[in-house]
Design a binder for this molecule. Structure first.
Ligand SMILES: C[S@@+](CC[C@H](N)C(=O)[O-])C[C@H]1O[C@@H](n2cnc3c(N)ncnc32)[C@H](O)[C@@H]1O
Length: 227
């Protein structure tokens, strides 16, 4: 039987696909409907799911969580507020209570603990997209890839190709690399995701990131079972 992974804050399933490829049976939870999520899906609040007495630690072998932290960071930076909802801390606390191996993913600048960074360019994804991963088991990742070539940026409604060809020099004399808008299809192709719309794609983790983590998570689970 395949190990089961609960994918919290799952979006349209970029992270999910990586765990699936690594060998997990994946079940997603998101507060919004996700009609294109490619696996079993439940529309629900992720924190309520963790607090509900539904036997998570009996039914699952591991949990992945991608809590949104944009609002938290913006509120923090602009208003200097300290009373913002800290979804990451709350999620971590609830994950720890399950006793299961877990992974929390977020953007650079998010308050993750002992996180590793995965760079698309080092895992065969031609997209400049750094993501942080915190886990309660050891994870090894390759160093950041070579940023000097051509790559894509996928954000908001935009897919931008950055070419290493120099467009022109800036007033300060430095080079300005050529940038060109390309369509969402190029973004889908580069991210290895063909089932998402533009907005979902801009939020997604490229599957090779979680595939890399998924293999290590499997080893960790198997070592625990064998012990
Ligand atoms: C960054 S996206 C996740 C992207 C996804 N990991 C992927 O790789 O495709 C964050 C998701 O969290 C969801 N979300 C926000 N608050 C939530 C909550 N309280 N419970 C469950 N999902 C929530 C949003 O609807 C959004 O789909």
């Amino acid at each position: 039987m395949k190990p089961r992974l609960l994918d919290l804050f799952c979006g349209a399933g970029g992270a999910a696909m990586g765990y699936h490829r690594a060998g997990f049976e994946v079940v997603g939870v998101d507060i919004k409907a996700q009609p294109r999520y490619p696996f079993e899906f439940h529309q629900a609040d992720a924190l309520a799911t963790l607090t509900a007495d539904i036997g998570i630690s009996r039914d699952f072998d591991a949990i992945h969580a991608s809590p949104p932290c944009q609002a938290y960071l913006v509120a923090n930076n602009i208003h200097g507020r300290t009373d913002h909802p800290d979804l990451i801390a709350e999620t971590r606390e609830l994950l720890q209570e399950t006793g299961l191996p877990y992974v929390i993913e977020n953007v650079p600048g998010a308050p993750l603990e002992n996180a590793v960074t995965i760079c698309g360019l080092s895992v065969g994804v031609n997209v400049k997209r750094h993501r942080l991963f915190e886990a309660n088991f050891p994870i090894m990742v390759p160093p950041c890839g070579d940023h000097s070539g051509d790559w894509l940026l996928v954000f908001g409604h935009t897919v931008l190709e950055r070419s290493k060809q120099i467009d022109r020099n800036t007033p300060s004399g430095g080079p300005r690399f050529r940038r060109k808008h390309v369509g969402t299809d190029r973004g889908r192709e580069a991210m290895g995701i063909d089932w998402m719309n533009r907005d979902e794609l801009s939020e997604a983790i490229p599957p090779p990131y979680t595939e890399l983590i998924g293999y290590q998570l499997l080893q960790h689970i198997r070592a625990g079972v064998a012990a």
